[in-house]
Write a protein that binds this ligand. Sequence first.
Ligand SMILES: NC(=O)c1ccc[n+]([C@@H]2O[C@H](COP(=O)([O-])OP(=O)(O)OC[C@H]3O[C@@H](n4cnc5c(N)ncnc54)[C@H](OP(=O)(O)O)[C@@H]3O)[C@@H](O)[C@H]2O)c1
Length: 319
Amino acid sequence: MKENSSRNDQRSKLKRREFIKAGTAFAAGSAFMGLGTDSLFASVKSSLAVTSIETVTLNNGVKMPILGFGTLYLNDELGVQSVSDAISLGYRLIDTATIYGNEAAVGAGIKKSGIKREELFVTSKVWVDDSGYEKAKKAFQISLDKLQLDYLDLYLIHRPRGDVKGSWKAMEELYKEGRIKAIGISNFEDHQIDELLSYATVKPTVNQIETHAFFQQEKARKSLSKYGIQMEAWSPFAQGRNGMFTNEVLAAIGIKYNKTNAQVCLRWHYQRGIVAIPRSSKHDHRMENLNIFDFELNESEMQTITELDLNTTQFPEWE
Ligand SMILES: NC(=O)c1ccc[n+]([C@@H]2O[C@H](COP(=O)([O-])OP(=O)(O)OC[C@H]3O[C@@H](n4cnc5c(N)ncnc54)[C@H](OP(=O)(O)O)[C@@H]3O)[C@@H](O)[C@H]2O)c1
């Protein structure tokens, strides 16, 4: 009896997966109400005829896709294949960083995709060791060369350490020269933003911080909104830590819409107006993660997810 019901469970899980896969063919279809986002239509060369990923407008007028592709740990050939496949599926925002050691692979993946440069939104980040005016300028050029690009859409100070003031000055100059379309920060807390704002002549457009169901960063979300800085979620799944992909609360919500935990998570980020950059080494997951625009979490489901907040980092080793 027990065996039977677990076999049935398994079968229904498999069916749900198949259903979700099929639904992915209609990925990224419908528009979302009320975020003040715009639509970016992109032709793609895959089984999806057309996908559309909405954009948010940054405080300098630049448009940034609200859902993108993270590339941490996607190095070498895996990085090339993953990035090129992500682009062919419809991802337009690609997030890399000097410290990931994969800018060359990301650049090769972009080239391989055959996409026009202006259709993409590419982010990289200056690492702590390269902080300071001269070093940051050099690091930026090295990143561009590795990526085989002549401008970046977004360049971030990866962590608020080292000579932040010098790095920011270099980035402001590069921004004013048009070599970066938008500049921003990552892992900054309010007091560090205040300090930067005390000397900045260009306001940061984005703060990329750890954000997921177990560390929701509601305080940061409110204060970034006051600063007029777009919040971007890194590790939007907490890398699956703490059972994110098997969490029963998320699964119960997902069943209603035939969506996986990953899709419920991404939809939750989206409805909070936060840019998310999920990473996956697998084609099916990349496709699944795009398929979040054809359902909507209601208020009570959003509230239920709010209650999952542990209000603490899942990456203490990176602190
Ligand atoms: N600014 C910063 O300090 C900072 C720090 C960390 C990360 N980031 C950026 O944020 C991006 C995302 O964060 P992350 O890479 O740490 O982790 P993440 O996106 O939260 O999670 C990635 C993990 O989720 C799995 N996954 C993805 N889609 C899935 C699906 N549909 N079903 C089941 N499993 C799924 C992946 O496995 P598979 O490969 O098997 O799919 C991988 O193990 C990074 O890649 C990077 O670009 C920035």
